[in-house]
Design a protein around this ligand. Structure first.
Ligand SMILES: O=C(O)C(=O)C[C@]1(C(=O)O)C=C[C@@H](O)C=C1
Length: 186
């Protein structure tokens, strides 16, 4: 009888543990989503700077520099390199949606040059660069094949709660997609 009870308790304990390891751990997910939000919040500064200098929103050369650096860092940190590249490419795409929306809005408002705007190379890009290693550290904590339908839905809800409402659903969906893909199947 005692043995049976013991087995039952072990069973319950293992079930709890396996349920908890399903999907992304709550606190880590929150840190990652906050960092994604922080990176997105730089996009309006980029947009303002590019509006004044008339630089194109798309900068493939800059993207390549970041992605090559990301890949090298990911390798050192033992983070899946393809996942890391996909993730950062998605962050660029999300940021570019925000930049395009703002430029369209400013065009519609006949906005002239802003009196002041941040310097892209010296003020804005360093903020983005400082977030890269922090984001990679969080990506390392995500386990492939650990998300079921429930945890993926929860990730959508949490992302919508944590990421600033000024960024629309298309932006949010874009920036979290690689996490879902990696967590879902690998
Ligand atoms: O640095 C820039 O020029 C940006 O526009 C920012 C950013 C990024 O998110 O890192 C986004 C789009 C560009 O294609 C390159 C990089």
């Amino acid at each position: 009888m005692k043995k049976l009870l013991h087995l039952l308790l072990v069973g319950i304990f293992l079930t709890i543990i396996s349920c908890k390891s399903q999907g992304l751990p709550e606190s880590e997910k929150e840190i990652l989503l906050k960092l994604i939000d922080k990176r997105l919040s730089v996009a309006p500064l980029v947009a303002k700077s590019k509006w004044n200098t008339k630089a194109p929103i798309d900068d493939p050369a800059r993207e390549k520099v970041i992605l090559d650096g990301v890949q090298a860092k990911a390798k050192k940190m033992v983070v899946d390199e393809n996942f890391a590249r996909d993730f950062f490419q998605a962050q660029f795409e999300g940021g570019k949606i925000v930049q395009r929306q703002l430029h369209n809005q400013w065009k519609g408002e006949n906005q002239g040059l802003f009196d002041t705007s941040p310097d892209l190379a010296h003020e804005v890009r360093p903020i983005l660069d400082s977030l890269t290693p922090q984001l990679l550290m969080e990506l390392k904590k995500i386990k492939p094949n650990s998300c079921d339908t429930h945890s993926l839905k929860k990730l959508n809800r949490d992302a919508r709660k944590i990421i600033n409402p000024i960024f629309n659903d298309q932006v949010v969906e874009t920036v979290i997609k690689p996490i879902k893909n990696y967590c879902k199947s690998h």
